[in-house]
Design a protein around this ligand. Structure first.
Ligand code: 5GP
Length: 194
């Protein structure tokens, strides 16, 4: 594999809930051993089927605030009333080992990473084909209440206004094609000369 960058780079993936971000990100880290997925910390409640340390590190608001004070986050944000943050140490260690790191985070976090990392990051936004399809997918997965779904759709509309700050957008109307696009973006970014 041709790698022209000396150090690892960050791939930031954002998407409205239901756009297929988790599936695409999991597939990417499974098939590309040079990219590590950063596991975020959150104060939200664990959902059925989730595992502490795999999906997130689930911690209390008190612990989270302590970590903010100790500057343990590369970025953090409040999303849907809960805190989410990227552990700084894991990301920095991986980058220094020449590994790329994948962050699946919201638009606020992505903007913070862009400011900090400038050219050492690539921002990718994943979209569902349209808002109706997004609603359908959220209803189908049954992990949120109807009120939460309405809130997530409202937030999705707001997040779209950040699209212009992203380097790439992928419309996920077919998971196979969307994944190929994501892989192509990773390959292209690795060949950039910074
Ligand atoms: P969920 O609760 O559905 O897993 O995630 C809600 C939102 O929080 C998603 O947009 C997800 O990408 C975002 N998120 C997850 N981890 C982080 C993080 O470490 N930082 C930020 N800023 N957002 C995150």
């Amino acid at each position: 594999m041709i790698r022209m960058n000396k150090k690892g780079r960050l791939f930031v993936v954002s998407a409205p809930s239901g756009a297929g971000k988790t599936t695409l990100c999991e597939k990417l880290v499974r098939t590309d051993t040079d990219i590590m997925r950063s596991v975020s910390m959150t104060t939200r409640l664990i959902r059925p089927g989730e595992k502490n340390g795999r999906d997130y590190f689930f911690i209390s608001a008190e612990e989270f605030k302590k970590k903010i004070k100790n500057d343990e986050f590369l970025e953090y944000a409040k999303v849907f009333g809960n805190y989410y943050g990227t552990p700084r140490e894991y990301v920095e260690e991986s980058l220094n080992k020449n590994k790329d790191v994948l962050l699946a985070i919201d638009v606020q976090g992505a903007m913070k990473i862009r400011k900090k990392m400038r050219k050492r990051c690539t921002l990718v936004f994943i979209l569902a084909p349209d808002i109706q399809e997004l609603k359908r997918r959220l209803l189908k997965r049954q992990t949120e209440s109807k009120t939460q779904i309405m809130m997530r759709l409202e937030v999705a509309r707001h997040e779209l206004s950040y699209l212009k700050y992203y380097d790439y957008k992928i419309i996920n109307d077919n998971i196979k094609t969307a994944f190929k696009k994501l892989q192509a973006i990773v390959v292209a970014a690795r060949c950039e000369i910074n």
